[in-house]
Design a protein around this ligand. Sequence first.
Ligand code: ATP
Length: 508
Amino acid sequence: MSSPADSANLMEAVVSLAKRRGFIYPSSEIYGGLNGFFDYGPLGSELKKNIRDCWWNDLVRRRDDVVGLESSIIMHPKVWEASGHVAGFTDPLVDCKVSKQRYRADQLFWAAVVVDGKTVGHVSALESEKTGEELQAAAETFKRKKAITGTLAPVTPKDFTEATEAEIPLIPSPATGEPGSLTPPRAFNMMFETNVGALKDASSVAYLRPETAQGMFVDFKNVVDTTRVKLPFGIAQIGKSFRNEITPRNYIFRSREFEQMEMEYFIHEDADWAKCHEEWIVWCETWLKSIGLPASHLSRYAHPKEKLAFYSKGTVDIMFKYPFGVQELWGIAARGNYDLGQHATASGKPQELFDEATKKKFVPHVIEPAVGVDRILLAVLCAGYAEEDVKDEKGNVEKRTVLRFSPRIAPVKVAVLPLLKNKEQLTGRAQALYKKLQRRYAVQYDDGGAIGKRYRRQDEAGTPWCVTIDFDTIEKPGDTFTLRERDTMAQRRITEAELFALLDAQVY
Ligand code: ATP
C-alpha cells in the first residue's frame, strides 16, 4: 500500500478528492466562495448524517441516562450575557496596517534574531506544524541578506500575545515582511450579531449561537419537569454553531459555520466528578474508534490547571493527528455548576434539584463532552484516504484511490452492479435487489462502464461492498451474487439473505 508521501500532499489529495467526488464544495463557489463557509455535496451530506446518527443512536437512544434536545439557534441575548460570551468570547486580534491582513495573536509567532549574543532583528511566521523550523530559516535568511557575520543562536519562538510594548513595533508583518505595521492585540468578540424584528437598534440585537451547550442549561428545568430523568443524566444536542473566526483555516477544521454535538451530563454536587470525567473521556475515545478512527492517531491533552477558567475543574481534549498537526477534536470539560448558577442568578429562576437523602436543595454539576461534526468528518477523510498500486484484469499496474470508511459511516453501504446493462435478466435481478436494499440502506445502482471501473468509482466513494449480478446469478442454482470487498478486493459468492445479515451486523 502506498499513501501520499507527506502531510501536505495528503491534505491536498483529500481536498481534491472531496471536491471531485462531491463530498465538500466551497460555499457560494460561483461567486468566488466565502472564507470559512462550506457546502456538503451528495456524498458529504450522507457521510455527515451518518456521523450524526451514530452519535445520536449510541448516546441518546442506546443509553438510558441521556435524552435529546433541539434548542433554537437564536436565543434571548441575556443567555449570552449570563454565560459570559458577550464579555469574554474573544480572540486576540492583530491588524497589519499596511496589508490590511488580520491575524490571531496566538497564531502569529515571532523570534529575535540573535547573533553573537546580540539581537540584530526579528522574524515572524504563522503557526504551522513547522513554525520553529520556519523561524530558524527566516533568521538565517535575515542574517545572510543583511550580511551579518557571527554565530546565529537557535531561535526561541514566542506568540504575539507574549510580545512586550517595546517589541511589537520590531516584529515584521507576515504579509509584508517589514516591521512597524502590526497593532497591539485587542479582544475581538467572535459572536455573529443580528437583529430580531423590524427595528434595527441596540434593543433588537441578538446573536447566532457560538455553541449549542447553552440550550441544555437554559432548558434544564424544562427537561427535569417534563421527563422522568434522575441524576446522573445527560441532555444532548446536535446543531449548527457560528463563530466569526479571525482566521478560518485548515479547510473544514476551523470554519465560521460548523456543527457541534454536545452533551451536558449532570451529576450530584457531591459526586466523584473526576471519575465521571474519566468515564466520559473513555466513552468518547471508544466511540471515535467505533466509527473507524485509528487509535494510533488519537491522543489526550490535559489543560494545565493554571490555564483553566476559575470555575473549571479540569479539561481534557482528545487530539487527532491531522496532516497539518495534532489538533483538538473533542473537548471534555468538568465545568462544576458554573453555568446553571449563572443562569439562576441572571434569570432569577433557581436551577436546583432536591436531595431526598439530605433534604437539601443543590445546583447540579456538569461534565461536558463537546465535539465538532466537521472535525470528525475531516478526520475520517484523512485517516481513510489511501492510494494503492493494484493490477487490473489484464495484469497492468494501476493506481487505485480508496477511502477506507467504517461501514457505520460510509455514505454508500453497497453498490449493486449488473454485469451487463443490456441483458434484462441481469438488470431485472439487480433492480429487484437494489429496491429491496434501498428500503433500509443508502445504496447505489451503477451499470455504466467496465466492472473494474465501477469498482474504482465505489472505492473512491468509500463504499465497503459491491455486489455484482452476473451470469452465475441467473444460470446457476442458489441465486448468489459476487460480493467484492473494498479493502481486500477479495470476491466471494453470497446470497441475498447473507448480504442482509452482513449489513445488519456491520451497519448499526
Ligand atoms: P479551538 O481551540 O480549536 O478554537 P475550542 O476549544 O474553542 O476550539 P470548544 O468551544 O470547546 O472549542 O468547542 C467544542 C468543539 O467544537 C471543538 O472541540 C471542535 O471540535 C468544535 N469547533 C470549535 N470551533 C470550531 C470551528 N471554528 N470550526 C469547526 N469546529 C469547531
